[in-house]
Design a protein around this ligand. Structure first.
Ligand code: SAH
Length: 257
């Protein structure tokens, strides 16, 4: 999205210390921090990349949030899939525009946002109505109504079955993905891909065992290690802190016959 900032647009404000604030512009609105306030009207009509000062003279830079910014700041109930893992899931699941994907659970919709932004048509199964509603709100708020029209969330237990045929992909982030493996085998077309995200390696192993007894091949499990580097003059070294663990990404493809 480009052009001037309008009422209703999402913006991300960053300060010199790297703090980040997400807000929706409202005519007459005010953004308050401990470092003073900025009237929204100062941002409306401006462009991203501009810098403004609060009433207490703190400098803030104005951006349209990236998907990564949004996912880390959006309202959430369940734990979200981290951007580094969503990026890998997109590639492992080979998501393409128009891909028919069953996703379960939906949670706060962080992973759904990535699938939809890559152009997929997503049916989500989620047992918690409040999470389902939050996910739809998050998708609509960041991607708008076109993407929300490709996102259908049903309040259902995925362990009970999948009501679809000839799916391109099944993407899972729920506690017992192995219970969905037989349903995925029945609903994917040959060559279709199953991807599951699991925080624990025990879950990944149990999933792999379930895949061994069905029409599956090319199974793999990976974790994504993401280490930032501090680069400032002669001080060039890895960051002292990193997110040491999030989850494992397991992939398998369905055989014919
Ligand atoms: N991937 C999501 C987070 C999912 S958290 C995101 O990135 O935002 C796991 C979700 O699975 C929770 O919302 C939970 O309610 C849901 N869930 C657990 N068991 C389920 C089941 N059997 N069927 C459907 N959803 C289930």
């Amino acid at each position: 999205m480009s052009g001037t900032l309008q009422p209703g647009d999402l913006v991300l404000l960053t300060d010199r210390k790297g703090r980040r604030y997400l807000l929706t512009l409202v005519e007459g609105g005010e953004f308050h921090t401990h470092a003073g306030l900025v009237p929204h009207d100062e941002l409306i009509g401006g462009t991203e990349g501009m810098q403004v000062r609060t009433t207490r003279n703190a400098e803030l830079t104005v951006w349209r949030p990236t998907l990564r910014d949004y996912v880390l700041k959006m309202p959430r109930g369940a734990q979200v899939v981290y951007p580094k893992d969503s990026a890998a899931i997109l590639m492992h699941a080979d998501v393409f525009p128009g891909a028919r994907i069953l996703e379960s659970g939906v949670g706060s919709g962080a992973l759904s946002l990535s699938l939809l932004r890559a152009g997929a048509v997503v049916v989500g199964y989620e047992v918690r109505e409040d999470f389902a509603q939050q996910a739809v709100e998050n998708v609509t708020s960041f991607l708008g109504s076109e993407a929300a029209g490709r996102f259908q969330v049903e309040i259902r237990d995925c362990y009970q079955g999948i009501d679809a045929e000839e799916l391109d992909r099944v993407v899972l982030d729920l506690p017992e993905p192995w219970r969905v493996v037989p349903h995925a085998a029945a609903s994917l077309h040959p060559g279709g891909i199953l991807v599951a995200y699991t925080p624990s390696i025990i879950q990944a192993v149990q999933l792999r065992e379930a895949c061994e007894t069905g029409p599956w091949a090319a199974a793999s499990t990976v974790e994504i290690l993401h280490r930032g580097w501090h680069i400032k003059g002669d001080a060039v070294r890895p960051e002292h802190r990193m997110v040491g663990h999030t989850g494992f990404v397991t992939t398998a493809r369905k055989l014919a016959g």
